[in-house]
Write a protein that binds this ligand. Structure first.
Ligand code: PAF
Length: 281
């Protein structure tokens, strides 16, 4: 596997290559990332991964400082997985003009809802970095995990705004056998916290299993109680239209619905979601 730190060298390597699959990451790789990479390896001629902890998408500086960095292990994992190249740029390579006065993207209500309202500026930061990475790699396909459901929608919008032909491939969330969604942030959980963290997935299952039985307002109240009793500080638990992410108060049989949770377990903020209703054909 070739390691690139500079855009020019990466682009010379990629020149004339077709069917490039791209998996952008912030490192601290886990089985979820490896699943994205395996999808790309299966369906692309060349697979590129990027590792870059993007400062502009962290609205909380403590979260940025504590983001796990495991570069050596990541490179070993990528090599063993058969990835062709990894791009590991510095902040100056990605943001040569500095971190002030960066561009903003017209994301509409997408950046105000859910994650957007608790992490102001987060999705602008995601677009700033992913836009630069897409320019550098010019992939045919970009692979992203459904665990970041709203981020996938933001990247779809970014691709539209950039008017490029890259196809977004959304890959199902990979879970531990306990149900806990895999996340780099899980590395910051103690063994006891990891057991408690499973509650998030269980609450999402509760919402899925009762969506046709109880009113959404009652379901959300119960979900909130269960999370709080388990020791979470809840940012949000909600049910939304899966294609607009607008919150819903009742199921529309013609539209898919997604349940989403963001909550702190002590210092660690976890997010997860599940599709809980599939539209009748
Ligand atoms: O999901 C992530 O790890 C990041 O938000 C991404 C897409 C790599 C951009 O920094």
């Amino acid at each position: 596997m070739i390691i690139f730190k500079e855009i020019d060298a990466l682009q010379s390597f990629l020149a004339g290559k077709d069917e490039i699959g791209f998996v952008p990451t912030m490192g601290a790789l886990h089985t979820g990332h490896l699943t994205l990479l395996q999808e790309s390896l299966k369906h692309s001629k060349l697979t590129i991964c990027s590792i870059f902890v993007n400062p502009t998408q962290f609205n909380d500086p403590r979260d940025f400082e504590k983001y796990p960095i495991t570069l050596e292990k990541d490179i070993e994992l990528l090599t063993n997985a058969g990835v062709d190249a990894v791009f590991v740029p510095t902040v100056a390579t990605i943001y040569p003009a500095g971190l002030n006065k960066l561009e903003t993207y017209p994301l509409g209500s997408l950046e105000k809802l859910w994650e957007g309202s608790y992490r102001p500026g987060h999705f602008q930061g995601v677009c700033q970095v992913v836009s630069r990475l897409l320019d550098a790699v010019q992939p045919h396909k970009i692979y992203m995990g459904q665990k970041d459901f709203q981020q996938c929608m933001v990247i779809k919008k970014l691709i539209e705004l950039k008017n490029i032909s890259t196809e977004l491939i959304q890959v199902a969330t990979v879970r531990e056998t306990s149900g806990l969604a895999m996340s780099s942030r899980n590395m910051r959980l103690s063994a006891t916290e990891k057991t408690t963290a499973v509650t998030i997935s269980q609450v999402l299952d509760y919402l899925r299993d009762h969506i046709n039985i109880l009113p959404i307002s009652l379901l959300l109240q119960e979900a909130q109680n269960r999370l709080m009793q388990a020791g979470f500080k809840v940012d949000y638990v909600g049910i939304a239209d899966a294609s607009t992410l607008e919150p819903i108060v009742q199921i529309d049989p013609k539209r898919d619905a997604v349940a989403m949770i963001a909550a702190y377990l002590n210092e660690v903020r976890l997010i997860d979601n599940k599709l809980i209703y599939t539209a009748l054909q």
